[in-house]
Ligand binder design. Structure first.
Ligand SMILES: Cc1cc2nc3c(=O)[nH]c(=O)nc-3n(C[C@H](O)[C@H](O)[C@H](O)COP(=O)(O)O)c2cc1C
Length: 242
């Protein structure tokens, strides 16, 4: 069981708009009630928006990596969330501190660290997000997901497999090849294993952005999405079974 350190509400306001360039969407909050009296750092949070709860990570601090900020900001990255929520009010429960805010010598150093933070929070708050998801009806794409026969798909002839991707998700051969090559250079040499990864990657994205049939990769683009996916599934059963 996790105890709550504190909670507050805030309105989403524009930030420096560089969240996109680092591959993470962040919601910059103007606190409307209950300014958290916590030291600067990154925290595991649950965000309530329109009666749904989401797992997230919040940075409280001055973003020393960018050195152009003297005011304390409250920025949240909500996991598996891709909606425009400018001017919306979020209710945030803060659970625990993951680490202190750091000054990184490169943006890629910061990004790597945030990926690690995400893995940590996903694991720690999984029970809470699970409870929440169980209460929600499955989304259209989750229903659809059940219908895919993964074991048949991974054994399709090459050309059919690529074509199926195009029809199903609007992913053309060029993009498919990029994804395929990316997993290959990660050491997934066997083709059926690689197809499992590709499918799982796409189905995850698909569920997250709900933009079927055309899959988009978020503002960070394809490679950050792949990196994120790879890090999140490091411990995944898929790896043992693939
Ligand atoms: C989970 C999380 C952790 C963060 N950790 C740091 C950090 O350690 N150091 C830092 O300078 N900025 C950190 N940031 C702030 C990012 O630099 C900031 O979100 C990004 O620059 C986007 O800012 P913008 O929304 O104002 O454009 C963190 C942000 C998040 C969401």
């Amino acid at each position: 069981m996790h105890t709550i350190l504190t909670s507050f509400s805030g309105k989403v306001i524009p930030g420096k708009q560089i969240g996109q360039t680092i591959g993470f969407q962040t919601a910059n909050l103007q606190i409307t009630s209950g300014v958290p009296k916590l030291s600067h750092g990154v925290y595991a949070v649950m965000v309530n928006w329109q009666d749904h709860s989401y797992v997230g990570l919040m940075n409280i601090g001055t973003q020393p990596t960018f050195k152009d900020n003297s005011k304390t900001s409250y920025e949240i990255h909500i996991l598996d969330f891709n909606k425009n929520i400018y001017h919306e009010t979020l209710h945030v429960k803060i659970y625990f501190q993951i680490r202190k805010e750091g000054s990184f010598t490169s943006i890629s150093g910061l990004v790597k660290q945030i990926h690690k933070d995400i893995i940590h929070v996903r694991k720690a708050l999984a029970p809470l997000s699970q409870q929440n998801h169980n209460q929600l009806p499955p989304t259209k794409s989750e229903n659809k997901r059940v219908k895919y026969d993964i074991n048949s798909l991974i054994h399709l002839p090459d050309l059919s497999f690529v074509q199926w991707f195009d029809t199903e998700f609007g992913i053309n051969r060029g993009v498919f090849n990029t994804i395929d090559a990316w997993f290959y250079q990660k050491g997934v040499k066997q083709i059926t294993k690689r197809r499992r990864y590709i499918l799982k990657f796409i189905l995850n994205l698909d569920r997250h952005n709900g933009k079927k049939p055309k899959v988009t990769f978020g503002d960070g683009g394809l490679i950050p999405s792949l990196t994120n996916f790879w890090e999140i599934t490091t411990e995944d059963k898929l790896k043992q079974h693939a």
